[in-house]
Write a protein that binds this ligand. Structure first.
Ligand SMILES: Cc1cc2nc3c(=O)[nH]c(=O)nc-3n(C[C@H](O)[C@H](O)[C@H](O)COP(=O)(O)OP(=O)(O)OC[C@H]3O[C@@H](n4cnc5c(N)ncnc54)[C@H](O)[C@@H]3O)c2cc1C
Ligand code: FES
Length: 269
């Protein structure tokens, strides 16, 4: 059951290149019960932005050592009005937060599978708390991290310290290999080794490409989708995505309730 709570901001850290990590207080049920991949609808103080905006949970207690041990973190990129205002918030400001929402990530069903994250830019936001949960269960993920340029890879240092392996790909070649992260994925799938379970989050064109590769290689793949959202809890139908109905037709599932995490094979793209 989601809670609607007042969340005092503790810190709002500028990570550079328009990326921020905001840390706020949350009730016990959120700190202990929220699952990686789930998201919040966050209301910005004041009257300038009417609708709340969706953001994945990035850090739960235990994710970021040294950060407020009992706080919750959201990693965000400044795009428009709401995120622009969010970037100006100082400690002591109050967010209005609804969560947990959506379904979240499940660890690989195959106990021997390697979790492989495929992240595009700020799409990495949902992975830190998932990496921490997997590590607590003795499974260190591999991260394939793609972005336009080296400034668009927030928390890269953190990931390098918490993943078994990190492969970076930038469009302009300013860090890591030059080109799309999907090329790195195809190479990884061609390697001999433990069977991977893919988890992808990033721009929709990247997710479509990852889904195609995963389906062709017959590799399990869960996508964390981003759709425009007005309510976040299943009422407005603004966030629907086309899905196979199992009988050869297409139905529309709500990204906010049936997702945001969906198996690649379910999407009728
Ligand atoms: C389930 C879910 C989880 C999300 N998690 C995160 C997260 O953890 N961190 C994060 O930074 N964002 C996340 N997003 C995206 C985030 O909700 C948007 O960036 C935010 O709503 C933008 O609000 P705004 O008012 O600043 O921009 P708006 O005024 O709404 O948009 C400004 C401009 O940017 C474009 N735009 C908005 N969002 C995006 C986007 N995501 N990608 C490309 N262009 C965009 C719009 O089309 C518009 O042209 C998530 C979205 C969903 C659905
Ligand atoms: S955002 Fe309203 S139904 Fe999903």
């Amino acid at each position: 059951m989601p809670l609607d709570f007042d969340a005092p901001v503790r810190r709002n850290v500028d990570l550079g290149h328009g990326n921020f990590l905001i840390e706020f207080d949350a009730p016990e049920e959120i700190r202990t019960g929220m699952r990686p991949g789930q998201f919040f609808m966050i209301g910005i103080p004041g009257t300038e932005v009417l609708l709340r905006r969706p953001f994945s949970v990035c850090g739960l207690p235990g994710t970021f050592v040294g950060a407020g041990g009992d706080a919750v973190q959201v990693l965000y990129r400044v795009y428009g009005r709401a995120t622009g205002l969010m970037a100006q918030l100082k400690p002591g400001a109050h967010l209005q937060v609804l969560g947990p929402l959506g379904n979240g990530f499940e660890p690989p069903a195959d106990a021997g599978a390697t979790p492989v994250f495929v992240a595009g830019g700020i799409g990495s936001a949902a992975f830190p708390c998932f990496a921490t949960r997997l590590a607590a269960a003795g499974r260190r993920p591999v991260l394939l991290y793609g972005a336009r340029s080296k400034g668009d890879l927030p928390l890269l240092d953190w990931f390098e310290g918490h993943c078994a392996r990190t492969v970076v790909a930038t469009d302009d070649g300013s860090l890591g290999r030059k080109g799309l992260v999907t090329a790195a994925l195809e190479e990884l799938l061609a390697e001999e080794g433990p069977r991977p379970h893919l988890y992808a989050c990033g721009p929709t064109p990247m997710l479509k490409a990852v889904a195609k590769i995963a389906i062709a290689a017959n590799v399990p793949c869960d996508l964390a989708l981003e759709a425009p959202m007005a309510c976040g809890f299943g009422v407005c139908l603004g966030c629907v995505v086309p899905c196979h109905d199992g009988g050869g037709g297409v139905r529309y599932d709500r990204c906010c309730v049936e997702g945001p995490v969906m198996p690649a094979s379910r999407l009728a793209w």
